[in-house]
Design a protein. Structure first.
Length: 158
């Protein structure tokens, strides 16, 4: 039986998500939150003249805006984005990306081309999903981290 390839043999481009939403630096937090809700995304990438410069997550919005009682229509994403970005090349190995994510204590890394343009996103959940698949979805812990359903009930929240 042939052994499955490890994270060092898999490229970021093979498991990254390409359905990533980007907003300009001057976009309001209110508009950004509406985009994230509509698209079902937990983050957006902030771009300036086509170059990825920051990331805004749901957590950023809660902690830096709504949790502080600030009007989200009066705040721009450039004021709350996490920067500098932790980026990775699509040709890097997933192991290299995972080590970098661990070193910088981030759950997501932005995938950019040689010019800094956004090409995708790699999240810890994407890595967990790939690992779960390699183990034929038999590892309940990996399935939980990857948010994989083990039944057709859809979970407790609707």
């Amino acid at each position: 039986m042939e052994e499955e390839p490890g994270l060092g043999a898999i490229r970021v481009k093979d498991i990254m998500v390409t359905d990533v939403h980007a907003v300009g630096v001057g976009t309001s937090v209110k508009e950004t939150a509406a985009i994230m809700a509509r698209e079902g995304h937990g983050c957006v990438i902030v771009v300036d003249r086509g170059i990825a410069v920051g990331i805004v997550t749901e957590r950023d919005i809660v902690r830096k805006v709504t949790g502080e009682g600030v009007d989200p229509s009066r705040v721009r994403v450039q004021d709350i984005m996490s920067t500098p970005l932790i980026t990775v090349s699509p040709s890097a190995t997933v192991l290299e990306a995972a080590e970098m994510m661990s070193e910088y204590e981030v759950r997501r890394t932005v995938v950019v081309d040689d010019e800094g343009r956004l090409v995708g996103l790699l999240a810890a959940g994407d890595i967990a999903r790939w690992l779960a698949q390699q183990k034929n979805y038999e590892d309940a812990a990996l399935n939980a981290i990857a948010r994989l359903k083990t039944s057709s009930t859809g979970g407790p929240y609707r």
